[in-house]
Write a protein that binds this ligand. Structure first.
Ligand code: PLP
Length: 347
């Protein structure tokens, strides 16, 4: 693999993080509508929320143009990524994905014995779909695609991906992680969920952690063929990890288009400010279709992390193709100014 993430030594005493730009959260959430729904739902927390979960699933199915049998809920999409990895790879096999990509599913697959077939991204950091198709062999159990991709922020053409998924899913199931899709402003992209009603063996994961601003409230879902979901749920139940309050928050935020639009607009503005600041300082960056930007740096990743942390700023550092990179999440405009100031102080 050509990617490695750097971490600070946990033994090193560090100041509190006051500008958190490390986990691609939404600085504006949770929406007020969701906060009110949570307050209301707390009173009912003595009960299991089966009926309310069924109502939420109905609402999601309607929005996605699928049936409720196509939906499985989880406390965040991480839970679903990990469950799929456990069930699909408990008897070995290999997983094909891009490198770099978001590693949750791949890491769990590897930990239960899967082999990772890493396919380098193209020069523009989009998925090399041709090479990924060529990497599939008789032991491939799943193809994992993250679009837009993390940690690179790049997009793979929706049209090309749709064609790839429709065709290649005849051979092997394709898992498409769309955590950031609502933030892909100005991109040729689309959800792969339309393939599910065409009976394709495609699994689409979505989360309430990003555009909906609810990373800490923990709700996600995946849409897939009912047979696929049955296979996962035979081993590990869906929905059991979600609280009454999370269900209410998710339902309210789904209806809150105003909050989602505001997030998209503000994210785009703050990202443009970051781009122009980076350009002024002579940095290059990968154009991002998400709420984070990754760019090459001139000092070792660990050094960047420790210098940022002394100012209370949390970011991520990676080594990609043997070079150090910084990934910064898009916060509020004020937070981006703090980050840009700290970056200027480095030189
Ligand atoms: N998928 C991608 C691509 C992500 O970047 C993340 C989180 O950052 C997740 C999934 C998991 O998010 P959650 O478990 O909060 O839904």
């Amino acid at each position: 693999p050509m990617v490695r993430e750097h971490f600070l030594d946990p033994m090193v005493a560090r100041p509190k993080i006051t500008t958190k730009l490390s986990s691609n959260e939404n600085p504006y959430g949770p929406p007020l509508s969701a906060q009110e729904a949570v307050a209301e739902s707390v009173k009912r927390g003595n009960r299991y929320a089966w009926q309310e979960m069924a109502d939420l699933i109905d609402k999601i199915a309607k929005k996605e143009g699928v049936t409720p049998e196509n939906i499985m809920m989880g406390p965040g999409s991480s839970d679903l990524l990990e469950k799929v990895a456990l069930v699909m790879f408990m008897n070995g096999g290999n997983i094909v994905s891009a490198d770099p990509c978001y590693m949750s599913l791949v890491n769990v697959a590897k930990s239960v014995g899967a082999t990772w077939k890493a396919v380098p991204c193209k020069e523009d950091w989009s998925h090399d779909l041709k090479a990924m198709e060529a990497a599939i062999d008789k032991d491939t159990k799943l193809v994992y695609i993250c679009n837009p991709n993390n940690p690179v922020g790049s997009i793979t053409s929706g049209k090309e991906l749709l064609d790839f998924c429709a065709r290649v899913s005849e051979k092997v199931p394709i898992f498409v992680d769309e955590a950031y899709i609502e933030l892909a402003v100005g991109a040729d992209t689309q959800s792969m969920v339309s393939l599910i009603s065409q009976n394709k063996n495609v699994i689409v994961a979505r989360t309430f952690s990003k555009i909906m601003g609810m990373a800490g409230i923990r709700v996600g879902y995946m849409a897939a063929q009912p047979e696929f979901l049955k296979k996962i749920q035979k081993i590990t139940r869906g929905g059991m990890g979600i609280s009454y309050t999370s269900i209410f928050a998710a339902s309210a935020s789904l209806d809150d288009a105003e909050f989602q639009d505001m997030t998209r607009t503000k994210n785009h503005e703050a990202k443009k400010y970051l781009y122009s600041s980076l350009e002024k300082m002579g940095y290059t960056y990968i154009p991002s279709y998400t709420n984070f930007v990754i760019f090459p740096i001139n000092i070792p990743g660990k050094e960047l992390l420790s210098k940022m942390i002394t100012k209370g700023i949390g970011v991520k550092a990676y080594e990609i193709q043997n070079k150090p990179w910084c990934r910064v999440s898009i916060g509020t405009m004020d937070e981006m100014k703090i980050f840009v100031g700290a970056l200027q102080d480095l030189s």
